[in-house]
Structure formats: structure tokens, C-alpha cells
Design a protein around this ligand. Structure first.
Ligand SMILES: [Ca+2]
Ligand SMILES: [Ca+2]
Length: 164
């Protein structure tokens, strides 16, 4: 929590995480915002190479931290960010990358999403990207999207110090 970080900063507690250069700290986690255009799987591979994974959003507080942060980094409406959420195993069953199910009371789908649209990709949309440059009511800016697309996307790394 941020109280914990305040304590860390104040007392220089060695048990406190320190993010490497290029990563942003929030709570006990580090976030990396990459602007490489990659597919969802490639994004995930890149994250894991760095010791992290695609982000899992575990609280409203985390979404509230990330949503304006992404808006800051977006140049275009389609500069959205992959997150670690997919229904590629079973249509409509959303799982985070650690295998845990999406908590249905903690979702931030944009209106009419997820819609598994087959307009561009006949396989539909099984990966989730987030961000809305114009801002989103109640931070609701998740979109299901084809996992195969290469957008000028930004993926998020979540360096989990306290969960490994
Ligand atoms: Ca789907
Ligand atoms: Ca969609």
C-alpha cells in the first residue's frame, strides 16, 4: 500500500522494493510501460524475459493508478496497452496470466465490451487491452481484442516482488 511505501521512504527500510531504471514503482510493485508494437503473446514473452508478467489488476486502486498513467503515454486512441487477461482457453471465461479467474465484481470493461468481435479476426477477440485517451467514465477502459494484432501498443510489466 502507499502507507507502506511512505514508511519505506521515511525509514529506508531495506525490505522495501526498489524498481530498476525505467520502471515505475507503485505500492510494492514496479510497472514498465513499453511502446513496442507486439502481439499479446509476444508482449507476455517480453515481460517474462524481464522477470515480470503482463499486469494483473487486483484492485480498484490499481486501476485508478494505471488509467491516467496510460492516458499520459498515449499519442493516439489506438495506443492501448495489453494486460494479462485472456479468454483464449474457453470463450467467455476470463483468466489472469497466473490462472486465477477474473473477479466479476472488479472489472473495468468499456461499454459493450467484451464483444468477441469477429470483424477483423474470424477467431474473435480473446485478449484484453486497456486505455482510453479521452478518459473513461469510472475508469472503464478494457477492450477485448484479437490476440494476434500488432498495434502501436504499450504493454505493462508488473514486477511482483511480494508474490514470487
Ligand atoms: Ca473471446
Ligand atoms: Ca471487443
Amino acid at each position: 500500500s502507499s502507507d507502506r511505501c511512505f514508511y519505506c521512504d521515511l525509514f529506508k527500510d531495506d525490505s522495501c522494493p526498489k524498481c530498476e531504471y525505467g520502471w515505475e514503482q507503485h505500492g510494492r510493485q514496479c510497472y514498465y510501460f513499453s511502446i513496442d508494437p507486439l502481439t499479446w503473446s509476444e508482449s507476455r514473452y517480453e515481460c517474462r524475459q524481464k522477470g515480470g508478467d503482463l499486469v494483473q489488476i487486483d484492485s480498484r486502486e490499481e486501476q485508478t493508478f494505471l488509467e491516467p498513467k496510460l492516458r499520459e503515454k498515449m499519442n493516439f486512441n489506438e495506443d492501448k496497452f495489453w494486460i494479462g487477461l485472456t479468454d483464449s482457453e474457453k470463450e467467455g471465461t476470463w483468466l489472469w496470466v497466473d490462472g486465477s479467474p477474473l473477479n466479476e465484481s472488479l472489472t473495468f470493461w468499456s461499454s459493450t465490451e467484451p464483444n468477441n468481435w469477429t470483424g477483423y479476426d474470424p477467431d474473435g477477440e480473446d485478449c484484453v487491452r486497456m486505455g482510453k485517451k479521452a478518459g473513461a467514465p469510472d475508469r472503464k477502459c478494457w477492450f477485448d481484442e484479437s490476440c494476434k494484432f500488432y498495434f502501436l501498443l504499450i504493454d505493462i510489466l508488473n514486477y511482483i516482488y511480494n508474490k514470487t
